[in-house]
Ligand binder design. Structure first.
Ligand SMILES: [Zn+2]
Ligand SMILES: [Zn+2]
Length: 336
């Protein structure tokens, strides 16, 4: 099969690889669509996670069950499925505590297990779901980003009628903003830099700057009260401090992005406003909810996949995902 293989930093190539075999409890999937994630781009550029190369990349994918491994029930060859790349071990301390998504020994497509930028990939059957009818494979590839964005919203204590500030207009900022429609939130404000992407958020209110300008604007928009929740969807220290400045007393910051270098934050404000700062990473069993969302608001996710290119044009696809911030949001590779 043809696959995109990371051979080392900034060295991604398309080459022939053997088709993987499904083990017990696993499915072999014929890939139909795989979307490029910001983390793929970072893995290729920096390899923060220390991926052992060579590794087939790609973790957001949907396709058709080609072969069912031993001890699998509920799936048959020909089923159209969407998949979640995180496969918890079920044995470590975090797993035993019920925090499977924070497993210290997880397997993850494209990180420590062959990924989905390939004509075929293997996934554990418990991490696959039937694709809702009427949703394209490209949009169905978004179930994992949708799951993790739902987690960021839950961790942010988002409440009916409350106000939410999303910091950042990348794919996660846009997905969070669209998901919030289903939470009955009173006010969604998105702060970002890219007019095209801000438009894509569909939020009623957008802020085009950073720092003090955003602070003043948010206090104006909330009649001086500040926001109930801020979701950090950008790796910027300035954004962290803006969020801390504009949260109302007892407000919550959901830290949904790596921030490097580590920012100096104003803990005095955290202290006097009794703020909650919490992390958000992966998702606590939100795959089924993500599939439901995809089924109930498919239009929101179809048009988020702004570009669908044949697998053979993978270089162009990555170029769009890296450099196309004024025209591209999620870029999908399509397979025959
Ligand atoms: Zn991803
Ligand atoms: Zn575990």
């Amino acid at each position: 099969m043809q696959a995109l293989v990371l051979r080392g930093k900034e060295d991604l190539v398309c080459r022939e690889e053997p088709v993987p075999r499904p083990g017990p409890g696993e499915l072999l999937i014929r890939t139909k669509a795989a979307t490029i994630c910001t983390s793929d781009i970072n893995d290729i550029k920096y390899n923060h996670f220390g991926i052992q190369t060579p590794m087939i990349m790609g973790h957001e994918a949907a396709g058709i069950v080609e072969e069912v491994g031993p001890q699998v029930s509920g799936f048959a060859a020909g089923d159209q499925v969407c998949t979640h790349p995180v496969m918890p071990c079920g044995k470590c301390g975090a797993c035993r505590d019920g925090l499977h998504h924070l497993c210290g020994d997880m397997e993850h497509l494209g990180l420590n297990r062959g990924g989905a930028f390939a004509q075929y990939f293997v996934i554990r059957a418990d991490r696959a779901r039937k694709k809702p009818q009427g949703v394209s494979f490209a949009a169905a590839s978004l179930v994992e980003p949708i799951s993790v964005c739902l987690e960021a919203i839950h961790r942010g204590n988002v409440r009916k009628g409350g106000s939410v500030l999303i910091m950042g207009d990348g794919p996660f900022g846009v997905i969070c903003s669209r998901l919030l429609k289903g939470f009955g939130v009173g006010q969604v404000i998105v702060a970002g830099h890219h007019p095209f992407r801000l438009e894509m958020t569909g939020a009623s209110t957008i802020c085009k700057d950073q720092g003090e300008v955003v602070e003043k604007e948010i206090f104006r928009l909330t009649q001086g009260r500040g926001v109930d929740t801020a979701i950090l969807c950008v790796g910027s220290g300035t954004a962290v401090n803006t969020a801390i400045a504009v949260l109302r007393p007892r407000g919550t910051l959901s830290v949904f992005s790596a921030v490097e270098p580590a920012p100096a934050i104003n803990l005095f404000r955290v202290h006097v406003k009794e703020l909650n700062i919490c992390g958000s990473c992966n998702d606590e069993d939100l795959l089924d909810q993500a599939v439901q969302v995809l089924e109930s608001q498919p239009g929101d996710f179809e048009d988020m996949v702004t570009h669908r290119l044949p697998f053979s044009q993978w270089r162009e696809a990555f170029n769009l995902a890296v450099n196309g911030k004024d025209q591209a949001l999620k870029v999908s590779l399509l397979f025959d």
